[in-house]
Design a protein around this ligand. Structure first.
Ligand SMILES: [Zn+2]
Length: 443
């Protein structure tokens, strides 16, 4: 079925020439963009984009969807990373399949409303029968393109680790479950709706052996690798004390660099590590709100981009943001580089590039992140006729002013947001369910 997006005020394509088209139409057929121009006709369905800016769907490269159930938990509101984790671990240990499914529905809906069409997720704890499959089921329901990663923790408190013993798993069982979820769900083909990654939680919650074995397994299976790296000063100190080297060196020694690897945060990478990431094409998921919320610092995104490191954007888990609005996150990325490096350090267009094509490149998805012929029809349509856009002179206003919620959203050519509402699930009912689950966890 062909769909026409008609009369967009501006299409910000993020294509090879970064072209911007005025009064343009886009034709979508079988999940793919098949025509871009003016005066296009002949389609079974038409979406009126009069008064709208059209962009590629945003791409989220780091999240922990389950944490939407633990936003603004009192004991963790003002803690640093390690203290924050120790407050939340006991609550997370009471989660099960229903908590994972419902919190993923909420997190995915929140992302979709903010223009996101492709998201990764990092689920690294599996209490009470929870499985990665619970979140994949939620992504199928809402219709979001999804890159779940099979995370893991294996070093509990009794072994000198941070998480309680009840939340860690046996390393052989972790690797076995990685194989199971890859075989069951991973789709390597162009246009894939689900791709699975392998993602031990962080160097301080698994052994050196598991880091190495995870990299070997991922390469054997042809899937990507993801973890947290160099998030704050405590993280660097831990690495120097326990491993005798900085995180970049640790990653390189264990096979954790390359175009099939992306690391979350990287706030504390030094110049040598930035060069290593650039040379090896190792990706970074930049999470500015989470870095602000936990006081971790300002990631050297300007230096990374100048060196050629692939950088995408991530909202990070909702317990440390505590929002999951990817458009607002793009604005924050722009602002934070300006805090560190001055007003000309990052333009709105560069931040939007990072939030779209940058993220698609980090996730190994050259078929996404651009409005160009043959690319997947993942498209965000932003109404710029209301109050927050009134008086704006340029599409840059999208990040400099707003809106931060879409009017319409297409994923693989299917409209999952229409007139500002999620069409694929009964969101008010899911919100009610989520709040009931949160109340039960508080009790
Ligand atoms: Zn994270």
């Amino acid at each position: 079925m062909a769909i026409l997006i008609k009369n967009a005020t501006t299409v910000v394509t993020m294509d090879v020439t970064l072209s911007e088209l005025a009064q343009a139409d886009i034709r979508v057929e079988n999940g793919v963009i098949t025509d871009i121009g003016t005066g296009l006709t002949d389609a079974e369905d038409t979406i009126d984009a009069t008064g709208c800016i059209v962009t590629p769907g945003l791409v989220n490269t780091h999240h922990h969807l389950y944490q939407t159930l633990t936003r603004a938990v009192p004991g963790g509101q003002d803690a640093l990373l390690f203290g924050w984790l120790q407050t939340l671990y006991p609550i997370w240990s009471r989660f099960g399949p229903e908590e994972m499914f419902t919190s993923a529905q909420i997190g995915l809906a929140e992302l979709a409303l903010s223009g996101c069409t492709l998201t990764s997720d990092h689920l690294y704890l599996y209490p009470n029968g929870a499985r990665l499959d619970d979140t994949i089921a939620a992504s199928h329901e809402i219709g979001m393109r999804f890159h779940p990663t099979r995370g893991a923790m294996s070093i509990g408190e009794s072994d000198g680790g941070l998480p309680p013993d009840a939340l860690v798993e046996d390393e052989a069982a972790i690797l076995e479950d990685c194989v199971r979820v890859i075989d069951a769900h991973h789709d390597p083909r162009e246009g894939a709706m689900v791709r699975v990654g392998v993602a031990p939680c962080s160097p301080f919650s698994v052994s050196r052996d598991l880091m190495r074995d995870a990299a070997l397994l991922a390469r054997d299976k042809g899937v990507m690798l993801h973890t947290h790296l160099a998030e704050n000063d405590e993280d660097i100190a831990y690495s120097l004390e326990k491993f005798g080297c900085r995180p970049g060196q640790y990653a390189e020694d264990l096979g954790w660099t390359g175009p099939d690897v992306w690391h979350a945060h990287c706030v504390k990478l030094d110049g040598k590590e930035i060069d290593l990431f650039a040379k090896s094409r190792t990706g970074v998921a930049h999470c500015p709100c989470s870095n602000c919320r936990l006081g971790s610092g300002i990631a050297p995104v300007r230096a990374m981009r100048d060196a050629g490191v692939p950088v995408g954007l991530g909202v990070d888990g909702s317990a440390s943001n505590d929002a999951g609005n990817l458009a607002a996150e793009a604005r924050q990325a722009m602002l934070l580089q300006r805090v560190a490096n001055g007003a000309n350090a990052m333009s709105a267009r560069e931040a939007l590039f990072i939030a779209t094509r940058g993220g698609a490149e980090v996730l190994g998805r050259p078929d996404c992140g651009q409005i160009a012929l043959g690319k997947r029809a993942d498209i965000a349509i932003w109404d710029v006729t209301s109050v927050e856009s009134a008086g704006s002179w340029d599409p840059a206003a999208l990040l400099m002013a707003g809106p931060t919620q879409v009017k319409h959203l297409l994923v693989e050519g299917r409209q999952i947001v229409r007139d500002g509402h999620v069409t694929s699930i009964d969101l008010p009912r899911v919100v009610e369910r989520q709040n009931a689950l949160a109340r039960a966890l508080m009790g």
